[in-house]
Every structure is written in C-alpha cells, then in structure tokens.
Design a binder for this molecule. Structure first.
Ligand SMILES: [Zn+2]
Ligand SMILES: [Zn+2]
Ligand SMILES: [Zn+2]
Ligand SMILES: [Zn+2]
Ligand SMILES: [Zn+2]
Length: 242
C-alpha cells in the first residue's frame, strides 16, 4: 500500500500533511489523544490520527467475532456511547457494529496491535486479564467495565490501554512536553503492586521486576501512539531513568 503524505479530508477545507506531532494533540476526528504521526493543517491547528484520516468503511475485530463494524463520523443515535476498548466517551469518529446492542471502538483503539515483542517481554492485547493493571492496581477500568489491556506472556506485567493513555495525558497537562518542566512525574508502576508481585509470587528481584515493567510500558506507549519518534523516545528515556 502506498504511503500517503498529503490528503484532502471531507471534514476539513484544506489539504492535510502527514507530520510527526511535536507534542501530544487532540485528534479532531475521534477527539482522543494522539502523539507522533499525524495529518495536520498548520493554518488551523487541525489534526487527525492516521487511522482517522484514512478509515476503512467497514472492519472486523477478533474480540468481537460476530460483529460487523462500520465507520461513522458521528455515532448513530442519541445515546451517549463509550469505547468498548478504553472506556472513554465516543465524541466523534467511531467504528460501530450493526447489532442492536452495538459495540463501539475508537479508530485508534480498533487498530491496536495484538502482539508486542521487545527486550525480553512479549505482550498480548486482551479483553480479559488475570493480572492487575500496574497503573491503577485493578483488573477493571471502572466498576463492571474491564477494558482492554496488554498483558505479558508470563502474566506478571499488565497495563490497561486507557491507563497508559492517561499517563501520557497527565504528563502533557503537567507541562512536561513544554520543555519547562524537566521532571517527568510518574506514578507507575505502582510501587505497592511491584512489591507485592515482585516480592511474593515469583521471588523475583524487585528492581528487575520494575525494569521489565518499564520495558512493557515502553512497548505499549509505542503501540498506542504509533512509530516511536524522537519525542516518544525522549518520554520513554525519562520513564526509564525514573
Ligand atoms: Zn482520531
Ligand atoms: Zn485548515
Ligand atoms: Zn456487534
Ligand atoms: Zn477507545
Ligand atoms: Zn489500569
């Protein structure tokens, strides 16, 4: 497939150019956070995720085998919708299935890779997990809603997709990306859980556990926000040196 670097999108009057966003942005299609590759109109500060700029008219997802998804610029109907992957509100572009009790997925959640491999950790995208998320300390994102997670082969490292999005968003709001705040504030991996898991179940050295948890986090950030750019590499560097 050819790699498009410029396109005209129905939702915007000007030509959009593929760029690497220099800081996190809000996608004007799905309203979700983006970082890295982005179709941008400089003049209007208008941004679209790659997957929002070039959606498929229909799609399938292995977690919803019986569902036939369609792309919409606005979710049909009047009811407030939320994304079945991350639990966040649907405020714009969305894939929704044709069932009466429909499922919804943000375009950026629809395209999440199933398997991530790197530096001794293999992570799988799951809709059910056996491990608690290292950011929020729970298996559920909110009461009765599990959301998708990346979980390691060994079952020891697990992060909700939404918790990793929030982590990047929190640091953005704190001004980390403006360059005037040198200390990236980070509360993950959750120390208590690290102690608990690293100390008891596996007798693994806690610092080794911590290190692998950060490798896992780095893989997930790259998966959510596209190819690692210099900026993502900088963020990851800050995470790892913490
Ligand atoms: Zn988007
Ligand atoms: Zn424009
Ligand atoms: Zn369905
Ligand atoms: Zn989502
Ligand atoms: Zn979580």
């Amino acid at each position: 497939m050819p790699k498009y670097t410029k396109l005209k999108h129905l939702s915007h009057p000007h030509v959009l150019v593929l760029e690497s966003a220099q800081e996190p942005y809000q996608c004007d299609g799905c309203k979700e956070l983006g970082f890295g590759p982005c179709f941008n109109c400089d003049e209007c500060n208008f941004n679209l995720h790659e997957e929002c700029a070039m959606p498929q008219s229909s799609a399938f997802h292995p977690f919803f085998r019986k569902c036939d998804f369609r792309f919409y610029e606005n979710a049909p109907g009047f009811r407030q919708r939320y994304c079945d992957a991350c639990g966040k509100d649907v405020l714009g572009f969305v894939y929704q299935c044709l069932h009466e009790k429909a499922h919804d997925l943000h375009p950026c959640c629809m395209k999440l890779q199933r398997t991530l491999i790197g530096d001794g950790v293999t992570l799988h995208l799951r809709d059910k997990v056996s491990t608690k998320c290292l950011k929020c300390g729970s298996k559920e994102v909110s009461r009765g809603f599990r959301g998708w997670s990346y979980e390691s082969d060994c079952g020891q490292y697990c992060f909700h997709v939404t918790c990793v999005k929030d982590l990047v968003l929190e640091n953005w709001r704190r001004g980390y990306f403006d360059g005037n705040n040198t200390a990236l504030q980070i509360t993950v991996p959750n120390q208590d859980i690290v102690q608990q898991i690293g100390g008891s179940s596996s007798r693994m050295n806690v610092s080794k556990y911590w290190k692998m948890a950060k490798v896992a986090l780095k893989l997930i950030i790259s998966a959510i926000f596209g190819d690692p750019t210099t900026l993502i590499a900088t963020l990851i560097q800050a995470l790892l040196s913490n």
